[in-house]
Design a protein around this ligand. Structure first.
Ligand SMILES: [Zn+2]
Length: 427
């Protein structure tokens, strides 16, 4: 019988229970291809200035992303200029340009000096018949010609099977085989409309890799909230690349978020991609500001609420040991822990918060102050600013006629009265 008491834990403190399927996670190096500048910018209503695009490319390179999908050269104008500029910045990352399966598109991209070419072509019948108004034979012929042309110019070629997740598997294999025969370096499995779920995703990707021998990249959308889960499922099945965006920016509900993928790999799967995660919040702030958005408070990994604790039980736990309610430390992603005083706070939180302002309070007084804190928060319809808590404390002393030093240990009394006086002045 299996020993259920001595199962090893992952970095998140969870037992590493066996998977129901064979996993290739960690067998081969996993690489990140960031498409903030292409799919991210395709988000409805988002446009980056060229200066912002260059800054974003530099940041992505500095934090250690392997490849940067810089945009679509065939759009011409500013887009073409900035891709050329990014390709000549001397970054460590490979610079990839997006193309249709068109020799003209590819020629324009080659003219920008990129070292990698993505050739995108829809493979699902609905796209082939209603969008392209072509047939499967045309798709196979087009991808062969496009890949062969790009490979003649000695660039890395990613073949993007658009709407792969709705493509008949037999045809997807034919498409992949045709691209491979012309020298394609990898196949991008595009869950273009975000309809995969991890178990089926695993099966399809496993089959694709076994049948074609091509490297596979996961391009997953978040329409059902499963972009990251599907990307991880692909990696378990043997995919080696993940296409991500900062903050999950991208068409509709967005793409797999860079921060979520990196931290999930590190903490849940035990795979460290050697990315400078300490800059995650800074990079997310920059990209979102450039996109005219903000990083929402409840965003996984980089949202400010990740390390904000209000409820009494949680705050007490975190004060005693952060690992009670946090998987990793806030500085690891460039955030700070916040203990929030509000309706759900407990007296321990009040004690701790006042200590930050040099005010020592007895446990009994903190318990007496607690109902006032709660009703103030309800009245304001929000949590309290630190200054409001300190004011409430002083009001409490007056209205309750309390001597704050009664009950405090003697050595704390003197310190408490001087610090409290200082805190009052400082206000
Ligand atoms: Zn996409």
């Amino acid at each position: 019988m299996k020993d259920l008491h001595n199962i090893p834990e992952n970095a998140a403190g969870q037992m590493v229970w066996e998977l129901p399927v064979a996993s290739k996670m960690g067998d081969l190096p996993i690489k990140l291809d960031d498409t903030t500048l292409r799919d991210g910018e395709q988000t409805a209503g988002v446009v980056f200035s060229n200066e912002e695009k260059v800054n974003i490319a530099r940041m992505l390179d500095e934090i250690g992303v392997d490849q940067i999908e810089a945009g679509i050269p065939t759009m011409g104008g500013d887009e073409c200029e900035v891709i050329e500029e990014i390709a000549h910045l001397g970054l460590n990352a490979s610079i990839l340009a997006w193309n249709r399966a068109s020799l003209d598109d590819i020629k324009t991209s080659l003219g920008c000096g990129v070292d990698a070419i993505a050739i995108s072509l829809a493979t699902s019948d609905i796209h082939i018949e209603t969008k392209l108004r072509k047939d499967r034979a045309w798709v196979l012929d087009s991808i062969r010609k496009a890949v062969a042309f790009a490979k003649e110019h000695n660039v890395y070629v990613s073949v993007n099977a658009e709407d792969a997740s709705r493509t008949e598997l037999g045809f997807l294999l034919e498409f992949a085989a045709a691209a491979k025969a012309e020298g394609a370096d990898r196949l991008r499995f595009c869950d273009t409309i975000g309809i995969m779920e991890p178990f089926r995703c695993y099966s399809i990707v496993k089959h694709l890799i076994e049948e074609t021998g091509l490297e596979v990249e996961m391009h997953t959308h978040n329409d059902f909230g499963m972009a990251v889960a599907n990307a991880l499922a692909g990696l378990h099945a043997g995919a080696t690349w993940i296409n991500v965006t900062v903050g999950g920016l991208g068409e509709r509900a967005g793409n797999a978020a860079l921060e979520e993928v990196v931290m999930a790999l590190k903490y849940l799967e035990g795979v460290d991609l050697d990315i400078d995660t300490k800059r995650f919040r800074e990079v997310a702030d920059y990209v979102m500001q450039a996109a005219g958005r903000t990083v929402s408070a409840w965003k996984p990994i980089v949202g400010s609420n990740m390390f904000a604790h209000e409820s009494g039980i949680h705050a007490d736990g975190v004060i005693k040991n952060p690992k009670t309610y946090e998987v990793f430390s806030p500085d690891e992603v460039g955030l700070e822990r916040q203990i929030v005083v509000g309706k759900h706070s407990g007296s321990k939180t009040i004690e701790m918060k006042l200590t930050e302002f040099g005010i020592a309070i007895t446990r009994e007084h903190a318990a007496d102050l607690l109902p006032l804190v709660r009703s103030k928060a309800v009245g304001l319809n929000r949590s309290l600013f630190d200054k409001e808590l300190v004011e409430l404390y002083h009001e409490f002393l007056v209205t309750a006629g309390v001597d704050p030093t009664v009950g405090l240990p003697t050595d704390t009394k003197a310190a408490a009265s001087t610090k409290a006086a200082k805190a009052e002045k400082a206000e």
